[in-house]
Design a protein around this ligand. Structure first.
Ligand code: RIB
Ligand code: CA
Length: 313
């Protein structure tokens, strides 16, 4: 952690979603980051709901960070959703405030383009859902690719999937968009399931959030308790993996993570492995790495950071 450096401008692009919402909270609680905007996409639930959930999350902490609505569907494939994991609202569990405002009129992809052009080589993009908005921005304005400081994405997997045997949900939602991003040349770090499954929110890790004795601490505990249900039933785990906040945590405290450069290509075949992020771990393709793939997570360190930051809100 380098608290003396100027805050990094970031855009949080997601589909809230329990873990996306906690990522929004973490980024706002962290002086290392300056959140320029929250952009939304279809994903866990439909776009109208993910956008409302972003506004609700910001209302919880009294933040006026602008919210920009983006894609309501993938580029080519049919839309998926994950109510089975996140409930009908996408943020089932706690009682949450109603948003007192609406999203901005500008499309998420256009906001990304404007923000990156206004701050060349400074802005980091943190997508935690399907990559459709980012792919649209890169196709609409190819000039921004060399101007983006970096992308840190939660999605994909070095090994198995969670929505098909081969594919992780965010990658499967829009494999074509993901491949556009992976082939863009922008410095990219991938937090796939192989990493995020190391960060399970067990009851022992949830208790300190409740122990904060604050409204935010209670909401985070209730979000994680709801999120745990699906993962107990499906996987037999003692909680849910807190996927998305690893992206902000990586910028705040990179020492908590181990990453390895690899060539990654997304399967867009439409076959049974479509959406799989093929990671060339052993460099068998001879192709130059295009991504840093997260491989190790100091989970206790991550939860200590997250708890301390939630205590600031
Ligand atoms: O596969 C996990 C990812 O899918 C997370 O980003 C979660 O929020 C959902 O979007
Ligand atoms: Ca997400």
């Amino acid at each position: 952690m380098n608290l003396l450096a100027a805050p990094r401008p970031v855009i949080l692009d997601g589909d809230p979603g329990h873990d996306d919402a906690i990522n929004i909270l973490l980024a706002h609680a962290s002086p290392e980051l300056a959140v320029l905007g929250v952009t939304t996409s279809y994903g866990n639930v439909a776009l109208e709901r993910t956008t409302r959930n972003a506004l609700v999350t910001l209302a919880l902490i009294g933040s006026h960070t602008p919210v920009y609505m983006g894609a309501d569907r993938p580029l080519l494939v049919p839309r998926l959703s994950a109510e089975s994991v996140h409930g009908q609202t996408g943020l089932d569990g706690p009682l949450l405030p109603s948003p007192a405002r609406e999203a901005e009129a500008l499309h998420a992809a256009l906001f990304m383009i404007e923000a990156v052009r206004a701050r060349p080589r400074q802005v980091s993009l943190l997508p935690t859902g399907p990559l459709t908005n980012l792919a649209l921005a890169l196709r609409l304005a190819p000039d921004i690719a060399p101007l983006i400081r970096e992308i840190v994405w939660m999605g994909g997997s070095l090994d198995v999937g969670n929505w098909t045997p081969a594919a992780e949900f965010n990658a499967l939602c829009d494999p074509h968009a993901a491949q556009i991003v992976f082939s863009s040349g922008v410095p990219l770090t991938m937090f796939g399931l192989n990493a995020t499954h190391q960060a399970i929110a067990t009851p022992a890790r949830i208790a300190p959030f409740r122990g904060l004795g604050t409204p935010v601490g209670e909401v985070v505990a209730e979000l994680l308790e709801f999120f745990a249900e699906h993962h107990r039933e499906r996987y037999g785990w003692d909680g849910g993996p807190l996927h998305d906040p690893l992206t902000s945590a990586y910028l705040i405290a990179p020492e908590l993570f181990g990453v390895q450069p690899m060539y990654v290509e997304v399967d867009t075949s439409g076959g049974p492995s479509s959406g799989r992020t093929n990671c060339d771990l052993w460099r068998v393709t001879g192709r130059a790495p295009n991504a840093n793939v997260a491989v190790t997570v100091d989970a206790d360190g991550f939860y200590a950071l997250l708890t301390e930051r939630m205590g600031r809100l």
